[in-house]
Design a binder for this molecule. Sequence first.
Ligand code: HAM
Length: 423
Amino acid sequence: MSAEFAAPKGVPDYFPPASADFLAVRNALTDAAHRAGYGHIELPIFEDTALFARGVGESTDVVSKEMYTFADRGGRSVTLRPEGTAGVMRAVIQHGLDRGQLPVKVCYAGPFFRYERPQAGRYRQLQQVGVEAIGVDDPALDAEVIAVADEGYRRLGLSGYRLELTSLGDDTCRPRYREALQEFLLGLDLDEATRERARINPLRVLDDKRPEIKEATATAPLMIDYLSDSAGEHFAQVRRHLDRLGVPYELNPRLVRGLDYYTKTTFEFVHDGLGAQSGIGGGGRYDGLMAAIGGKQELSGIGFGIGVDRTVLALAAENVSVAGEGRVQVFGVPLGAAAKDELVALAGRLREHGVSVDLAYGDRGLKGAMKAADRSGARLALVLGENELADGTIEIKDLADGQQTKVALDGIVAEVRARLNLG
Ligand code: HAM
């Protein structure tokens, strides 16, 4: 039977048991950020369309082709946020956070929306964990941001990824490079649309995936060879800090990001087990964003966005399991009505003592209830029948090794906590 409704195309649902992986990944990534002093920020899901057009850049695919833009009932053009950095900068300016202690360090997690062609690892509603550190242009901060992402992945047990790094230069060297690249590109035999792109945003052409364009641009000039002394020094410092932090990286001078605001340090985490959608996270520094969206100061920022969905897929590709924390620890199996009364109350007491508990509901009988206990992934089953009730005991079964023991019902909370090493 086909259902009348389905979620919109390219929009995933997250439900048990797989949703436990999703939560574990999101929590590990936000924990890594909190450990480095990034405070939680929760921002609107939709914003003024112009914020993204000006912040992210009109000529990017994200703005020109992928935004969910609509007029609200008051006729204002609003857009479901395609990314998080522009919204964070808007909030920093609006609330004057830049007049407080700098850098402003914030971390966010939630859904973002891009009208892309759905495929494995590419969704129209995607989930990111991101951080932004705004107001201090210090290469040590660039290294910290990168190290926080790396630490998040590593804590999850992910290993088959690499960090690609480059510098996109600053105001003093970018225009010179842009000119050189433009001259190179306009000297090639390109189709009219690509020539137009070369005129508006030449860097975008280096990101073209068509083999003939890739080949034609193989010898294009590279930003890294045009860095000013100060941008070059900034980049050298970032690398030195990463070396000392023990974060491995590869230089990729052809790295092009899909958003226009990047300057100086720019990076991407790539996982080779994911096929075409291999970018599991990325970010960089942005010097001009604040001014572009109307800030009075011109404060630089740096941040990353990590794709939670792709990180979950990358862990699955490496056969790493992370979902431990979402599972129940104890599963109650009542045999008969009186036993159920007792177990319902006991489940409440165990939960008060920090143990996660589920019960076999409905009258399933011993076999069905034990099957449910096994499926739950719990460590322990508590089996209570008429006989145990009569003599004030309960059966406790270790579901890993099958060992079953009878213990006193009034000492069960302490017994369960001890078995689960909860002290
Ligand atoms: P981004 O590279 O566009 O950067 O997105 C960050 C990550 O989100 C990607 O590396 C990828 O893992 C994930 N992602 C993007 N699009 C999709 C999709 N359609 N389906 C699934 N996952 C996706 C940004 O958004 C910047 N705001 C990052 C940043 C923060 N830069 C500085 N600060």
